[in-house]
Design a protein. Structure first.
Length: 255
């Protein structure tokens, strides 16, 4: 089964992979900007996300293989690859597994290390919504708000709400699978994985996802990597400071 994608522009293929509970739509504005710079932008929906297929099987290796198969189906070779958060982990695994496919890699606010589970409140809040009661959008938001007080996080998650049929809302993502496989999200990149081409790690100034003690492991996997900080931004750095994010990515890709 093929991944859903939004394709825009022409030129060098640039694949964009969203984070956990995200989708290609989150990258609409930046995708258009990259396309204007001479890239054929493919913003993907990973399995169990957005408009892509749902599956009970969920792992980083499966997601990386999905991306590889997508490239095969679209005859894409020598791609540049950008991934955020969980999508950054997928992108790293694609690069170390299929190094001949990837020319340059950009990883946004995630490292190759293992992360302790930290999405429990979000998953609880989403699971608290009982769609069999046919709630409206405002009712769904009120339920989720009691678990997820941060407005920005809530708005990001509620972009996944859609009318499955008249009067019946649903989430686009496969929540049951995520709840059953919470530990998958934090898994580390396999230690033996290496990618010996240019890599840019972008970290949010206010985010704690990439720390100074992570540099050694990053360089173990990616000896030709550099780390840059996006000012005035947390974990959602591409949304919080899109101008600086765009400029950092373009100068790396064109450099």
């Amino acid at each position: 089964m093929s991944l859903y994608s939004r394709i825009e522009g022409s030129g060098k293929p640039l694949l964009i992979i969203h984070g956990f509970l995200g989708m290609s739509d989150n990258w609409k504005t930046l995708g258009t900007q990259f396309a204007a710079q001479g890239y054929e932008v493919h913003a993907l929906d990973l399995r169990n996300h957005g408009k892509s297929f749902h599956s009970d099987a969920f792992s980083y290796q499966l997601m990386a293989d999905d991306v590889y198969e997508y490239c095969q189906q679209h005859n894409l070779t020598h791609i540049d690859l950008l991934g955020h958060s969980m999508g950054g982990k997928v992108a790293m695994l694609v690069a170390v597994t299929y190094p001949e496919l990837v020319d340059k890699l950009i990883v946004a606010d995630i490292g190759p290390k293992q992360y302790a589970p930290h999405h429990q409140d979000i998953l609880k809040g989403l699971s608290a919504v009982d769609f069999s009661q046919k709630p409206g959008r405002s009712e769904v938001e009120a339920i989720v708000e009691s678990y997820i007080p941060d407005f920005g996080t809530r708005q990001f998650l509620l972009k996944n709400l859609y009318w499955k049929e008249p009067g019946q809302l649903a989430f686009r993502f496969n929540l049951d699978v995520f709840v059953r496989n919470q530990e998958v999200i934090g898994e580390s990149l396999p230690y033996e994985g290496h990618f010996e081409k240019p890599v840019l790690f972008l970290k949010g100034e206010k985010s704690g996802y990439i720390k100074s003690e992570d540099v050694e492991l990053i360089e173990h996997h990616f000896p030709f990597s550099k780390i840059e900080t996006i000012k005035n931004a947390g974990h959602w750095l591409h949304a919080e400071n899109p101008t600086a994010f765009f400029e950092a990515v373009i100068s790396f890709l064109k450099g």
